[in-house]
Design a protein around this ligand. Structure first.
Ligand code: EPZ
Length: 419
């Protein structure tokens, strides 16, 4: 297992190219199953969650070709219906996103239940309820979800009891092949959902309201060959913004969009970090002190749960005390004991962490437990005295393209050690 050795103490300076959004790529890769026509996706990030889903696509007979760097064409013209096995689904939970498209296209699907993961139980009941609302029969058999709609799906009103991103995506994808109109209420408003709608629309679907709580779809429109460019990864951008802030550096994030990060930028500005748009993206710089700011994670446009760990690393060296409250996932504090190993003063109580800023962190060996927890340890390592060794960095590769190299280019001292 690879590990990263970070020697802290350098302010980062330079430019970072923000990759395409992993969480926009995954649903659109799954959505390719809906259509008999090829779908070309541009700006696809080179991360292992994407590779895992692409190999699952190949197991369905989808032609997958990399036309250029970051461009993938998926041709599901002769796709077959098969089972999504537990050993694939457990590697990347987003593989559950094939359930809706397979059912809509073939009238049946058999996909392994994903099970829990480091950040929480992560049930999929809302995905299933959405499919049932569209007329599917769903059972669970031997750890597999078995969904059937032998006479096709029928447009309907779907009311989500909470605005789940994944369930909204499942409902949207399935509804594109359902007969008649579908209305999704209490839909997730994340930019990745708006991007899914843009991709599906390019494929021929008729969708209105994506990015709001009410999404309307007219089903059963003919699909056509399509090309879609994915939005930039706002979590990657927010992570590098935190890297500039924590090291007291200056980074230009090429491609980053302010409108995707407004809650996070507000926290950064209150903490004493300057952020302004440039003609290529966003500039983030800190010259003065860092002040503690409270954070509560919320669905978009609130503060993103996927940036909670990185901002906690930042708050751990800020002046004053901050409360970090997690409301999306019940167990997204696996980084807390690891940050404490580096000298952070953290008190975890239920869903809240009290972060008392310390004047310095000290390097130590730490363990990455999930994608965002791994990167938060790297951020902390960038300011810790001495050497921080982050083990199990395969978690990082799931969602960050070339992280170590991008940081090194901006002056960080990081080495990746194999094995
Ligand atoms: C997506 O996960 C992202 N993943 C996550 O990114 C992100 O943290 C999350 O949205 C929230 O923004 C992808 O897009 C591939 P949810 P998803 O359904 O769709 C509960 C990362 O680091 N829930 O909005 O799984 C669920 O347990 C990741 O890149 C149900 O109860 O998130 C959670 O508490 C990790 N039943 C909450 O809703 C359901 O059927 C929000 O989950 C579905 C979800």
């Amino acid at each position: 297992m690879d590990r990263l050795i970070v020697r802290g103490g350098r302010a980062l300076e330079g430019t970072v190219d923000i990759a395409g959004a992993k969480n926009a790529a995954l649903p659109l890769i799954a959505a390719s199953l809906l259509s008999e026509q090829p779908l070309t996706l541009a700006n696809v990030p080179a991360v292992t969650d994407v590779t895992t889903l692409l190999s699952l696509m190949e197991s369905y007979g989808v032609g997958v070709s990399r036309d250029a760097a970051h461009q993938v064409t998926l041709d599901a013209g002769s796709a077959i219906n098969a089972e999504a096995h537990y050993d694939v689904v457990r590697r990347a939970r987003a593989t559950i996103l094939v359930l809706g498209p397979l059912l809509a296209r073939f009238g049946a699907a058999r996909v392994s239940l994903p099970g829990g993961c480091a950040i929480g139980a992560r049930p999929i009941d809302l995905h299933l309820k959405a499919l049932i609302a569209l007329g599917a029969e769903v059972t669970v058999d031997g750890g597999y979800i078995v969904a059937r709609a032998p006479n096709g799906l029928k447009g309907s009103r779907i009311v989500l009891s909470s605005p789940s991103v994944g369930a909204t995506a499942t409902a949207m994808m399935a509804a594109t092949r359902a007969r008649g109109e579908t209305e999704i209420l209490n839909a997730a408003r994340e930019p990745e959902i708006a991007d899914l709608a843009a991709g599906l629309s390019a494929m021929g679907a008729r969708i209105e309201g994506a990015g709001t709580h009410r999404i309307m779809l007219s089903g059963d429109q003919p699909f056509r060959r399509a090309t879609h460019e994915l939005i930039p990864d706002r979590i990657e951008a927010g992570t590098y913004a935190a890297a500039a802030a924590i090291t007291g550096g200056r980074l230009e994030l090429i491609g980053a969009r302010l409108e995707h990060l407004s809650a996070e930028c507000q926290v950064l500005e209150t903490a004493g970090v300057r952020i302004f748009p440039t003609d290529r993206g966003l500039m983030v710089e800190r010259t003065g002190k860092l002040s503690a700011v409270d954070i509560t994670t919320e669905p978009f446009p609130g503060f993103h749960t996927d940036l909670q760990a990185q901002f906690m690393a930042m708050m751990s060296i800020a002046e004053g005390a901050a409360l970090v409250r997690e409301t999306i996932f019940e167990n997204r504090f696996m980084h807390v004991p690891e940050l404490m190993r580096l000298g952070a003063d953290l008190t975890l109580q239920g869903t809240t962490v009290l972060v008392r800023g310390v004047s310095r962190l000290r390097g130590a060996p730490v363990m990455a437990t999930d994608l965002r927890a791994s990167v938060c340890l790297i951020l902390a390592g960038l300011v810790a005295e001495g050497e921080t060794v982050v083990n199990r960095v395969y978690h990082l590769d799931r969602g960050y393209e070339d992280l170590a190299r991008k940081l090194v280019r901006c002056g960080a001292d990081i080495v990746r050690v194999q094995g």
